[in-house]
Design a binder for this molecule. Structure first.
Ligand code: SAH
Ligand code: AVI
Length: 329
């Protein structure tokens, strides 16, 4: 069995102990916790437990994106994949690859399946996903890559074409627009010939529907949010007390995005080795995630800036979520 390839600077994120913190993570966290609005990257949600909690979120009644996107994929892939003749699937932020199976099965049905390259920052979860897929699809080359897709995008070597670059789940919305454009631009650079991008985007809609998806009644999203503090404790040896922080998620109408925060309930200090004592006022928050919601015009704008154009746009009948095929402009 091939172990996931771990790209240089991320090698230590998967290390079990905090005595050798990843220097890049330490620098990012130091900058984020000293900003006037404290902010941490949502990639720090995803240790093994965080990835499991996200899977739980996808099954919540309030969290409509996953099941809606699955419905669009199930209806569309059996015709789209033979049309494109997809031979290799490269997936950014693959997670459990639960919905990717719909694409892989369509590739197998069209007898074009050849290679699956899931890319994710969550090393142990990715390894588990790859093992399961090898069992389910004997004959398919599964080649996981552990990497931060915000930082680098190595074109997988020896890829068969046409390749499909999939970025599902609406994860593009977790990037600020300039970072989203850089990321899509790198995918565009990697694409050649008849390669395509398949992008999942969560759509703008009734605010109460969106806010409910990030404030579920079972408190799973709150646990997912607080898990970031446990990741910092584990990776950096910090002493965050999760009981001191409340989950808050709200929609910002002007920027069309959900913001998730962890709000300190009391004034207190947290020790982060290598950074020092981090003060929190009562009511002060750390922004842990944005989740931008889109429409066709906002996707076209991102694509244009990244050298892509929309080839096909397909939303569900309620227009909750869309899958977009992107092609080099
Ligand atoms: N594609 C799956 C999972 C979405 S959850 C779905 O649609 O359900 C977001 C995934 O992206 C997680 O698996 C997380 O580990 C990964 N991820 C988040 N930020 C990342 C980053 N900067 N680089 C690589 N992977 C990232
Ligand atoms: C992974 N990403 C698309 C999810 C989202 O909806 O923005 C992460 C998430 N955050 C809270 N719930 C789910």
């Amino acid at each position: 069995m091939t172990e996931p390839r771990i790209s240089g600077k991320w090698a230590r994120l998967s290390a079990p102990a905090y005595h050798q913190p990843n220097p890049r993570m330490l620098a990012e966290v130091a900058a984020g916790l000293s900003a006037p609005q404290k902010e941490l990257s949502p990639k720090y949600f995803y240790d093994h437990r965080g990835s499991e909690l996200f899977e739980e979120i996808t099954r919540l009644p309030e969290y409509y994106p996953t099941r809606t996107e699955r419905g669009i994929l199930a209806a569309w892939m059996p015709t789209l994949i033979p049309q494109l003749g997809t031979r290799a699937l490269v997936e950014l932020g693959a997670g459990s690859a639960e919905k990717s199976r719909i694409i892989i099965s369509a590739m197998q049905a069209a007898s074009t399946a050849n290679r699956y390259v899931p890319i994710d920052v969550s090393a142990s979860f990715l390894s588990q996903t790859a093992m399961q897929l090898r069992r389910e699809y004997p004959g398919l080359a599964v080649e996981p890559v552990v990497a931060d897709i915000a930082e680098e995008f190595e074109r997988p070597r020896g890829l068969s074409h046409p390749a499909l670059y999939a970025f599902l789940g609406g994860t593009i919305g977790n990037f600020y627009p300039p970072a989203a454009i850089r990321l899509l631009g790198r995918v565009r650079q990697a694409m050649e010939g008849a390669d395509r991008l398949l992008l999942g985007v969560d759509l703008r809609k009734d605010v109460s529907r969106i806010e409910a998806a990030y404030n579920d009644s079972q408190g799973v999203t709150a646990e997912f949010n607080r898990n970031m503090l446990l990741v910092l404790n584990h990776e950096l040896g910090a002493n965050f007390d999760t009981a001191m922080f409340e989950h808050r998620a709200f929609y910002e109408e002007t920027t069309h995005r959900i913001e998730m925060h962890l709000v300190s309930t009391l004034e207190h200090e947290v020790r982060v080795p290598g950074i020092g004592l981090v003060p929190f006022a009562a009511g002060e928050s750390i922004r842990t995630e944005i989740s931008c919601k889109h429409d066709r015009a906002s996707v076209a704008e991102l694509f244009l800036a990244a050298g892509l154009r929309i080839e096909t746009w397909r939303a569900d009948p309620e227009a909750l979520f869309a899958l977009v095929v992107g092609v080099a402009a």
